[in-house]
Ligand binder design. Structure first.
Ligand code: NCD
Length: 300
């Protein structure tokens, strides 16, 4: 595995290898080290979890971290191109983790550097490392990813975390996937063309609440709307509250890649079904496993 740009870059075997390795990092039994390696974080778009969990993961492995959290700190503000910025920062590092507002930015970066590129979210396209965290979390709760019913809720049009999850699930055997979105935020038709598992598209969470094992909620991606008025019309069009929680099966779980705006009521946090904070915490061991496999960590 060299570049991780889209979910298609990871085979089921590689994903399962990452899960097994993440388990060891979580338990503290892994012995591997990235001492002497440098990980570049090139974040051209805001991030809390992804930036900091890559940062923590690299440091826990003994690597050094360079980079930036916003292009305001870079020579982009002086007119430098994205390509030159990537060329330079990757020449100082062993791999580069990129987040950008444009679809395809991470793929483009692979054309200007020989170093491994990890896509940490490109526009509305994909966020493949987020789905590793998502399905790792599912695996830690249920012991498996296969055979479960998933409900993917929210902005399935612009949400890159939702897109990558929909694609990554094609490597597994979900029992069924309900895509739950208001009409204007449904998955683009072409994205569904290569999906081999059973799925349907519904408007209302309540229609699937008693069927799902995993309710994966996402926020409306306000920043991707060309027209603010369109966002205003859709804002608040779905919400997970205690009514939804009570309609779920007793062992079902609620996930969210975060940040949450108001699509999950704060009262839901107290429910044992709410797993989104645990999911966020899994970002560190999963990204440790990914960096280790890409940079070839050495046993100490
Ligand atoms: C997601 C993203 O950036 O796409 N956040 C994350 O990385 N956890 C989801 C989102 O912003 O809605």
């Amino acid at each position: 595995m060299k570049n991780v740009i889209s979910s298609a870059d990871l085979s089921r075997k590689e994903i399962e290898g990452i899960f097994a390795s993440a388990d060891k990092f979580k338990k503290g039994t892994a012995k591997t080290s990235l001492k002497g390696k440098i990980v570049a974080l090139a974040f051209f778009e805001p991030s809390t979890r992804t930036y900091n969990s890559f940062d923590a993961a690299a440091k826990k492995l003994g690597a050094e971290v360079i980079g930036f959290k916003s292009d305001i700190d870079t020579s982009i503000t002086k007119g430098e191109s994205f390509a030159d910025t990537i060329r330079i920062i990757s020449s100082y590092a062993d791999c580069v983790v990129i987040r950008h507002k444009f679809d395809g930015a991470a793929r483009f970066a692979t054309q200007v550097t020989q170093k491994p590129v990890i896509n940490a979210g490109d526009g509305k396209h994909e966020h493949p490392t987020q789905s590793l965290i998502d399905l790792y979390t599912v695996k830690t709760v249920f012991g498996r990813v296969d055979g479960l019913v998933y409900g993917i809720v929210g902005d399935l049009k612009y949400g890159r975390a939702a897109h990558s999850l929909i694609y990554t699930l094609t490597k597994f055997k979900p029992k069924r996937v309900h895509m739950v979105a208001p009409k204007h935020l449904r998955v683009e038709k072409e994205a569904l063309s290569s999906i081999g598992y059973e799925y349907d598209e519904v408007d209302d969470i309540m229609d699937v609440a008693n069927d799902v094992d995993v309710l994966y909620v996402t926020r409306i991606q306000k920043e991707r709307f060309a027209d603010e008025l369109e966002y205003e019309k859709l804002k608040g069009s779905y919400k997970v509250d205690n009514g939804v929680v009570n309609a779920l099966k007793s062992n079902a779980i609620i996930m969210h890649p975060l940040p949450r705006v108001n699509e999950i009521d704060r009262e839901v946090d107290k429910s044992s079904k709410a797993r989104y904070f645990e999911q966020a915490a899994n970002g560190v061991p999963v990204r440790m496993a990914l960096l280790d496999s890409i940079l070839g960590g050495k046993n100490e």
